[in-house]
Each structure stands twice: as C-alpha cells, then as structure tokens.
Design a protein around this ligand. Structure first.
Ligand SMILES: [Ca+2]
Ligand SMILES: [Ca+2]
Ligand SMILES: [Ca+2]
Length: 199
C-alpha cells in the first residue's frame, strides 16, 4: 500500500521502495483516488462522485437540465454503482485499495456498461464547449484546471501529447484513446498515461 502525501509526516516524501512494487496502472489509479476524494477523508464515497460531476457543470457553466449535464450526472451515478458492485461492497464508500481493485475490474468489464468509453464520451460532450466535436487547447486546460484541479506547469503539455495527429486539437477518437490508455495501459510513456503529468 502506498501512503498518500496527506498521511505522511510533513517534510517526508513518498517511499520510493514501495512505488517500485506497484504497477503502472495502480500508480495511475492511486492518483485518481486522491483527485476524486473531494472531501479528502481518505475514502471515496457517492458524495465524491456527485461533487466530481458537479465540477463539470460549474466549469463549463451547464444548467442541471442541460442534456449533457444530465448525462454526466447519470453516468457518474452508474459508474459509482459499478465500482461498488466490483468491490463487493454493500455500503457507500471505498478505501483506496478497494477502489483500485474495483476500478481495474470495472475498466475491463463491458457486460453492463463500458465505463472507460462511456465516461470518455460523456466527458467529451461536456468539455467541447463550442460543440465543434474537437477539444481545443483552451477547452482542455479548463478540464485540468477547473475539474481536476491540476495546476502543475507540466500539465500544459498534456493537450499537445494527446493530439497525436498534431492538427492542433484533440479529436473525439484521440480523447477516447487517451482514456483507454490512462485506465488500461501499463505503458508509463503512453500519451494517455501521462494525462495528469509524469507518473
Ligand atoms: Ca471522500
Ligand atoms: Ca471544441
Ligand atoms: Ca488531433
């Protein structure tokens, strides 16, 4: 188990030895857990997923009745239920280890819902603010800054990395591919693996 920075004494850094025993996908999901834990209580709960969905509404100024807003709210509700199902948990919260195990299973199980592709489309529809079916650099930066609260300077390079054909924008296919890589690829250098910066 890797300690989050919040659990370490001030001034301590994450133990390197632990990280080497953890695979690339778990490292990425460790990051996802910390970002998703909006109320920072060390668990993921339904409320964290609701907060996350609401961040899209706020960042892209979507009315709750907007079809795209309703889709992302509904999607995250289903997403959360799928994580609980895979974790085998009856309650409404997951520890980090439970989340990582459940997310790994949910990412490859398409029997009820293709979470990776489904979330990619729902998110893409929200963040394509001008509706041209492409994500501009500005639209993407809003995603990192206002939804994921990523402020690291290196995150600015992410949109260029995801624009794999180099035409200046992230197409729907490029975005979905990046999400597939983020959740499913063990290649630490894949463009999608670097979604939130180096891992
Ligand atoms: Ca929480
Ligand atoms: Ca656009
Ligand atoms: Ca492109």
């Amino acid at each position: 188990m890797i300690l989050s920075n919040a659990q370490l004494p001030s001034g301590a850094t994450e133990p390197k030895a632990t990280a080497t025993h953890t695979d690339v996908i778990s490292n990425k999901l460790d990051h996802t857990f910390t970002s998703m834990d909006a109320n920072q209580n060390g668990y993921l709960e339904r409320a964290d997923y609701e907060s996350h969905a609401n961040r899209y509404l706020q960042a892209y100024k979507l009315d709750r009745n907007d079809r795209r807003a309703r889709a992302i709210i509904a999607f995250y509700q289903l997403y959360w239920l799928e994580l609980l199902r895979h974790a085998g948990v009856d309650g409404d919260r997951l520890t980090k280890d439970q989340f990582i195990a459940a997310q790994r299973l949910a990412g490859i199980d398409t029997s009820r819902l293709n979470m990776v592709e489904g979330s990619s489309h729902a998110v893409f529809d929200c963040i394509d603010d001008d509706g041209d079916n492409e994500i501009s650099k500005a639209e993407f930066e809003r995603l990192l800054r206002d939804v994921w609260k990523v402020t690291a300077p290196e995150a600015r390079e992410t949109s260029a990395r995801l624009d794999t054909d180099g035409d200046g924008a992230i197409s729907r296919q490029e975005f979905i591919r990046s999400q597939r890589e983020y959740f499913l690829s063990s290649d630490a250098d894949a463009p999608g693996s670097l979604f939130f910066g180096p891992i």
